[in-house]
Design a protein around this ligand. Structure first.
Ligand SMILES: NC(=O)C1=CN([C@@H]2O[C@H](COP(=O)(O)OP(=O)(O)OC[C@H]3O[C@@H](n4cnc5c(N)ncnc54)[C@H](OP(=O)(O)O)[C@@H]3O)[C@@H](O)[C@H]2O)[C@@H](O)CC1
Ligand SMILES: [K+]
Length: 481
């Protein structure tokens, strides 16, 4: 599991640790780790000795880390030049160390044509509100060449706590972060600025609270959560997932949701609605019922919403499913048709799976607002609807009403922005719910497998939703291996 902590909690942990270690030790550890990654990057295209490194140095400790790392590189024979955004405020110890190691400190950028590496140490967790105009100009000019850009702790200009990007910000090829990930490194749009992530251990771990603000499942976490049938399982014990999706106008949504559901670990899929013929033609293993969900037979979880359209029968299907006493996943048209009070009144879990546009409608906000502030939006939705909310997007987030950490999905791919892929995710996640996963696990495991399936079936080319569904077993095997 990858964990991320908010700035306040990082600072509190830092204070506790500082009280136990010699002065300056943390910055030395951070700088040493940073210098190692700088060295690795330089060696990729040559060597450290004789290379040219440009440091962009702000007025806080982020600049201090950068200056000390620059000193280490200068001692190894690199030509290191630091441009200070505020010469009178730059970290005095770091500045002295760089000069003593033979590095140079300048106010002007000079020639960047020969630079091999740009290190961004303008702001870290102390930065607010996008880069200021002077810093922005410096970054624009310094990163115009071909040299890779390495950000220190965070790309300067992004919001550490929310993943928002409120103004101009550094676009890095890689980021070296200290002690723990920060939410902004894992959530778009900020995460897109960070590039490859390197975490440097500075001994902060024992000082951090047990519960992070954000967590990202890794292979092993997902493998441990996958529902695997025991020797005594039969199809009913493995769980039956009900799918209420599709309409005369959109029968394909029913087929795709069922395709996802068939691969999610439930023992059987029951389909209720007007797409029964289309479903059975494609998937004869499905139990179909052409009428309302409440008359379709017993299930352990329902998926409702994909392709329902706007008919009165669709509204009935949503109300029917919400009145059941099993976990329910509501997606797409279901999110529009559902009665908010009925959702809040449910005693069994509810999972809502909006994309940014649907989330905006549920919150009464603009879509752009949701996209810019995804973490706040998903938390707000979970609290307002007393539900588990999976907010789809380039970094899919899962939040639960209460104080559990928000989960961020690391397997997304932009190829998933394709018609019908959400229907597959709904079916898959509903199937995991029926198999007995708790709603937060079902949603985050569903998103993980779905992203992996898309990557596998895409392999760099466009994919159709059907391909994603078909690749779920391969993704499952990947995780399990
Ligand atoms: N926590 C830890 O465990 C450890 C932390 N460590 C390191 O310390 C870093 C945090 O250092 P920090 O607190 O000094 O803040 P930092 O990010 O350098 O920036 C603050 C300065 O930037 C300025 N500034 C602000 N906004 C700006 C903007 N938009 N555009 C331009 N400038 C802006 C603002 O200046 P002022 O307002 O004074 O003009 C302010 O003084 C952390 O990220 C990590 O690298 C490690 O050494 C080891 C352990
Ligand atoms: K930085």
């Amino acid at each position: 599991m990858r964990h991320a902590y908010s700035v306040d909690r990082v600072r509190a942990a830092e204070r506790a640790l500082m009280a136990r270690v010699p002065e300056g030790a943390l910055m030395r550890r951070a700088a040493a780790g940073l210098a190692v990654v700088c060295g690795d990057l330089l060696r990729r295209n040559g060597r450290v000795y004789g290379s040219r490194v440009l440091l962009l140095v702000g007025s806080g400790d982020n600049g201090g880390d950068t200056l000390y790392a620059g000193a280490a590189l200068a001692r190894r024979g690199a030509g290191v030049r630091a441009v200070l955004t505020a010469p009178d405020k730059a970290h005095p110890g770091g500045r002295a160390a760089l000069l003593a190691a033979g590095g140079r400190v300048t106010g002007a950028l000079g020639d960047i044509g020969t630079v091999d590496l740009v290190v961004d140490g303008i702001t870290g967790i102390g930065g607010r509100g996008g880069l200021r105009p002077d810093a922005e100009r410096l970054v624009r000019e310094a990163t115009a060449g071909r040299a890779p850009v390495l950000a220190v702790d965070l790309p300067s200009g992004v919001e550490a706590d929310t993943g928002q990007v409120l103004g101009p910000a550094v676009r890095a090829d890689a980021t070296v972060t200290f002690g723990t990930y920060k939410p902004g490194l894992l959530i778009d749009p900020a995460a897109e600025h960070a590039g490859a992530l390197h975490l440097v251990d500075i001994g902060l771990g024992p000082e951090l609270p047990e519960r992070p603000d954000l967590e990202a499942l890794q292979y092993a976490d997902v493998a441990a959560l996958l529902p695997v049938p025991s020797g005594e399982s039969d199809k009913y014990r493995r769980g039956v997932v009900g799918v209420a999706a599709g309409s005369e106008r959109y029968p394909g949504a029913a087929v795709l949701a069922v395709a996802g559901a068939l691969h999610g670990g439930a023992g059987a899929v029951r389909y209720a609605g007007p797409g029964a013929d289309a479903v059975i033609a494609r998937f004869p293993e499905t139990l179909v019922h052409p009428g309302r969900p409440s008359e379709a037979g017993r299930v352990q979880a329902w998926v409702v919403g994909p392709g329902l359209g706007d008919s009165s029968a669709s509204a009935t299907a949503v109300a029917d499913v919400l009145a059941s006493d099993v976990p329910v996943l509501v997606d797409a048209d279901g999110l529009r048709l559902m009665d908010a009070d009925a959702v809040r009144a449910r005693t069994a879990p509810t999972v809502l799976t909006p994309h940014a546009g649907e989330a905006a409608a549920l919150l009464g906000a603009a879509r752009a607002e949701v996209e810019a502030g995804r973490l706040g939006a998903v938390r707000e939705l979970a609290a307002r609807y007393r539900a588990t909310v999976l907010l789809k997007g380039s970094t899919t987030l899962v939040a639960q009403d209460g104080d559990a950490p928000v989960r961020v999905n690391p397997t997304g791919t932009s190829w998933l922005a394709t018609a019908g892929s959400g229907d597959v995710l709904s079916g898959l996640t509903g199937s995991l719910l029926a198999a007995g996963l708790d709603p937060r696990d079902a949603a985050s495991v569903g998103a993980y497998l779905h992203g992996l399936a898309a990557r596998r079936s895409s392999d760099g080319a466009p994919v159709a939703a059907r391909d994603v569904a078909e690749a779920i077993p391969a993704a499952w095997r990947d995780v399990y291996a």
